[in-house]
Design a protein around this ligand. Structure first.
Ligand SMILES: [Zn+2]
Length: 303
């Protein structure tokens, strides 16, 4: 088990009142250090231009990397580009690429990327929803292109639908995208009839769904789809904003639900791909919930 992170991810400055703030990442890294003192921490490299261009249009790279704002610049009402944001985005995507290399290179079975900004709302050409680069997509395309894999599954349990990830892969049958999320909620996509080329599986959940509906969605709909796909690598968009304490959503889960799903995913990875799992932090906006949930998630990855 490896953890990938970088101090540059703390310097992405979204302003004093923004939900996606540096303290989120500190809450996660402090909790992981306290709970698992033996974990191996690795510094995330920068994603290369070529790695980013597998998922993104040159225009998005230009916007994020070449704008070089002197103060905070809002790309949309939610999404901030600060002077340090380009470096944070490069390290967040680079963490997932390095984690993929380590897992597929046999250095470790599982890896968790403790990074920000999150990524799953970023489409090929639009930074949105707090996200600059779609790190899980960049890592997944690296696994396919640089390691020659033919089937990679991305599971996303962030409370928001991973619209960017879905859009990038909806016509790429090498990738299965399986997501649970609250609907209605930002960004508004993720209905059951969005199926891509048969490789997109959405399980929208109503507000106040709670543990039972969440677990039923995974047991009955999402996990069987991932199982049938027989992935050679399992990627996880791990957002913890479905927790009952989260201020941005109302799905009413507990840390135990994240531990349960992670254990199910590790078992699935053991059946199909030697237990190879790469997970990256997406959302989660209550610091207590983030600390508890990331410990629950990494604890289950360690098992
Ligand atoms: Zn989210």
């Amino acid at each position: 088990m490896r953890i990938y992170s970088h101090p540059a991810c703390l310097a992405h400055d979204t302003g004093p009142t923004h939900a996606e703030r540096p303290e989120r990442l500190s809450a996660v890294t402090n909790a992981l250090h306290a709970a698992f003192p033996e974990l191996a921490w690795h510094e995330a490299p920068r994603a290369s231009r070529g790695q980013l261009l597998r998922a993104h249009a040159p225009s998005l790279l230009e916007q994020v990397l070449e704008t070089r704002p002197r103060e905070r610049l809002f790309l949309d009402p939610d999404t901030v580009l600060s002077p340090a944001s380009a470096e944070a985005g490069l390290r967040a995507a680079g963490a997932v690429v390095a984690a993929v290399d380590a897992v597929l290179g046999g250095q470790t079975k599982r890896a968790f990327c403790a990074v920000r900004p999150p990524g799953h709302h970023a489409t090929a050409d639009v930074a949105m929803g707090f996200c600059l680069f779609n790190s899980i997509a960049v890592g997944t395309l690296h696994a396919l292109a640089a390691h020659g894999l033919e089937r990679v599954a991305i599971v996303d349990f962030d409370v928001h639908h991973g619209n960017g990830t879905q859009a990038i892969f909806e016509h790429d049958r090498r990738v299965l995208f399986a997501s649970s999320h609250q609907l209605p909620l930002y960004p508004g996509t993720g209905t059951r009839d969005e199926t891509g080329d048969g490789n997109i599986v959405n399980a929208p959940l109503p507000p106040d769904a709670g543990s039972a509906l969440f677990r039923a969605a995974w047991t009955q709909r999402l996990l069987p789809a991932v199982d049938a796909f027989k992935p050679q690598l399992l990627m996880i968009s791990a957002g913890f904003d479905a927790h009952r304490r989260d201020p941005l959503a109302q799905l009413q889960l507990d840390a135990a639900d994240f531990a349960w799903l992670t254990s199910e995913l590790v078992a699935l990875a053991r059946r199909h791909c030697g237990g190879r799992v790469v997970s990256t932090l997406e959302g989660g906006y209550d610091l207590t919930a983030l600390a508890e949930s990331s410990v629950a998630h990494v604890g289950a990855l360690l098992a």
